[in-house]
Design a protein. Sequence first.
Lengths: 157, 745, 297
Amino acid sequence: MAEMKKRLRVTINGERYEKEVSPATSLLDFLRTDLNLTGTKEGCGEGECGACSVILDGRLVDSCLILAVEADGQEIQTIEGVGRHGRLHPLQKAFAEKGAAQCGYCTPGMIMAAKYLLDHNPSPTPEQALEAIAGNLCRCTGYGSIVDAILSAAKER
Amino acid sequence: MKVVGQGLPRVEILEKVTGQSVFGADVRLPGPILFGKILGSPHAHARIRSIDTSKAERLPGVKAVVTAQDLPPVRFGRFVRDEEYFARTKVRLVGDRIAAVAALDEETAEEALRLIKVDYEVLPQVTDALEAMRQGAPLIHEEYDQYHAISMMEGRKGNICYHKETVQGDIARGFQEADRIFEHRFYAPMVHQTYIEPHAVLARVDAAGKVTVWVPTQAQFFIRQSVAEIFQLPLIKVRVIPTEIGGGFGGKMLPTVEPAAVALARKSGMAVQIVMSRAEDFQVANPRHPCHMRYKTGVKLDGTIVAREVEVALGTGAYCGIGAVTSQRAEMLAAGPYRIPNVKIDVYCVYTNHANCGPYRAPAGPQLAFASESQIDIIARELDLDPVEIRLKNAIQEGDQTPACGGPLESVHAKETLLKAAEAAGWGAKPREKNRGRGIALGYWLVGGYASSAGVKLNEDGTVTVMTGVVDLSGTVTSLGQIVAEVLGIELDDVHVRTADSDFAPHSTISAGSQALRSMGTATKMAAEEVKKQIMELAADKLEAETSDLVVEGKRIYVRGSIEKGLSLGQVAQLSLMHERGPIVSIQSSSHFPNQPAFSAHVTDVEVDPETGGVKILRYVAAQDVGTAINPLSVTGQIQGSVMQGLGQALSEACVFANGKMRNPTFLDYKIFSSLDAPRVEVHLVEQAAGDGPFGAKGIGEPSIIPVPAAVANAVRDAVGVTIFDLPLSAERVRMAMREKITQR
Amino acid sequence: MRSFDYFAPQSLGDATSLLRRYGSKSRLLAGGTDLLLRLERRLTEPSVVIDLKKIRALSGIKASGKGLRIGAVTLMEEIASSPLAQGRYGIIAKGAAAVGSIQTQNRATLGGNLCNASPAADTAPPLIALSARARIASSRRDREVPLEEFFLGPGKTCLQPNELLKEIFIPAPAGRSGGSFQRCTRTAMDIALVNCAVFLSLAPKRETIADIRIALGAVAPTPLRARPAEDVLRGKNPDKGAVEEAADRAAAGASPIDDIRSSASYRRDMVRILTRRAIEEALKEALGSRQQKKWQR
């Protein structure tokens, strides 16, 4: 294959990375395959399920619908960067306690969506919590426990 | 009880909330991993004239191309050996496997698929079960007679892969005795489990030819068996390592991508990973059987059901898969959870040219309950009876026999569950606002239990490790830990319990059929009790006391009445290593369990937009007969999630096909519920310890989906007076029914 | 995804010269929420992708006495939450807010939504109802077209291979006005089965509709202006019957198709219902609270 690689500099969870990457690589594949950051999941590759949600320069996005090269010079937060150094983020604690993760596959993306909400709105209503996770599909919980966890984490903070 | 009955967080939860869990596509190994891709047939039904892979093999970066030629000529299938992993002479569904390739990168693998040339002779196809049953329909398996089938496969004829008639009483006389007879036809289309993690696998073959497969599966021993069978290997040459599983709901039990990865790994000598795209998963994984149903019911004017005749035709897809199990389930459930003296049930399981249907949370359950419970509601309306009353009047009771279930049934709590739901919802005080309505439905499921074995060992410091091969879907593994902790008087934190792989776990049941906890929990409890016995024997020896005087509690064992006269479990463990009896450990087995009914009764309030036909769920109340809830957090979570899946089936989900190709294989067009569609599900547990099952626990995962489409349909009827006979109750369908009702007036 | 080369020009001039150079071999990338899907499915296989997001001149919302300018790479989220896109421009904020999830709104752009030219695009009917104009740039010359002439068919716009959409201009509406954006979906998070925007202004000191524009989505190969429906109401002080008649005409003028999402006949019905609801809501807004009773059903 004719490879036209581009140099990519990104900061992920506070760490700087510099890598050569093919432009035809999604940010999701870059995270999962090039960097082995497998916490971010692929559920559909179509921007419909939100399992691949990350925070890119302060905005919650689906990493499957972004080219890695578009993130050049930007800052990315993934699930691996939430509650680091052995300490859980209040959301992680609340998700655990409220039964907000069952199979756990949507959980990393769900927590990123919840974190994005709390970053902008520290005390959301249940309706706002439901809105905040509308782009993240969960097939196990029925969403109620996730909303409980978000509201509980908001109180914790 | 101290640990059982607590809503404790799942044992693996911190890995999940931090992104550390390893799911199917997350497995990484030292050395390169090839990308595997499978070439599926573009035709629903065609003869293969030739397959030419030479160009694909020559493409730089391609490390292996496999077809049927690379596999032993084996037909597999649990009930009928009707499937070959790669098609040899014929394809029977869009996506039927032709070949697979492994390459250094995904783009090359995709390119290689394009270079494989297949010459097809396209054949007429049939994708609907009723059409496939007709005389002259295209025959999907011409050589069906030659297939090996197990003895339960009755009534095979043409495209009918299984047909059984179940009779109880005298159906003709029953209808003669009836004051009124109602007959309706219903249809439930195919729906998909849509776990958020698509099928994925990684396979490697070592120098000694041993195959290792990392896969998110609900049934590791079944996958091991299938791989061994397809490649004609002894079981010790196949190791299945179950990864964390991103949802299964029945959809991750049958072999899908595993054999292709193994074939590619064998041929290339390298590790091969295959991850299905969402579209592939929709097209070829094993969804819920589409189901035609005819219900004819005879009743007395007081609502007593005297006869019921049911005909069910399940479209099983191109291969039988577990169609036979689904059919048997349909036989058991068809008449509903009611005592009916005269019953006749005909279930047909029919080959069609669409995706191979498989197990999906209560196979056949929601479809049949939709039909059965809709009709009960129609009857109640016609006879001017209360929907709760008519169900209470006919509900099955302790010791009843129902057709095809066996019996007498024990731990029957149909009435309690109905009443719990009705009471919680405030049934008497119905909302009477315009376009609003309330519906109730009763469902039941029969939970058996397959053979299981589990081990418990006391570690040198007094902590305990559980050895199980059961895969965790619904918190089962945490519940096993709670059971062990309860028996041994320790905390859940003192127990290590995770799923071991097929090389190291004792044989474990599948995580399906709502029976994993009943079966595995029983074996685990037995092993824990045996460990406790060993602890006591050793302690009795050391403490010079009778075992009957010993108390095991708080990580200690001591003589009743004198708490200081005792040993810590750690001391016991240490002593055991010096003692003549040796390390404390036990592996125990449990055998098959009889069918046990578990009931769920749901009440929902809806509002219908009379102009658009849109149905909004205003409230949802679910009562369920769970026996003892080992972990109420898990139980409640299971029920809530199950209801949401059912609501999708009720209102928005359906796999739509054109010429056997799914037209909506994306989340954009296959509409599962998002948080904005989801009502808060109010769960009410009916807790009456069951006669067997660990600490009286019942199966919970499946009963909770069964009444959902029916409850919604009944609420819509109550709201706007229309009956909809086809799922889902999309806005368009509701509007159409409302318009027809207006024009009929 | 097939390999391609990637450029992220910093200026409009650089972008248009890249376009001139690569023309139809290139694809413009804004938010990418549509393009990435097409690349992944190999529905498009460009040799060059030109990312427009680094060009400051293409981003942001600016208001003046003349009207509102929205840069082509302005995010849906920025439009939905902008104080400048509220009030009389409110229907474009509503349209933008309807485009997908938070994740999508944080990435998808107005220009992308329009240039993708989906008949169901949620920003198109509000903009057409607001008489928006598309400002187009190329290395040779700039031009401006009414947005309703921008769309030629599904996935097709009037852009030449060397042109790009620079910004959308919405002229400031005069006098008392009201708008409404309505959509109909299968579940909460969904592409519109039908969408409809209405924008109307009243004659000074009267309740007569001075002008009205009704635009429909997902019922024709392009977003559709429902002129016969507008004609029923223009210059009228409408009663319920007139509104119903306008809605009927909108439905009659639509040419929806049967597809996986809906039947044509359901779509046509929904055009009637959404158009009626949108006119009623727009009138309510224009008339103010004093007159609302008239439109309560």
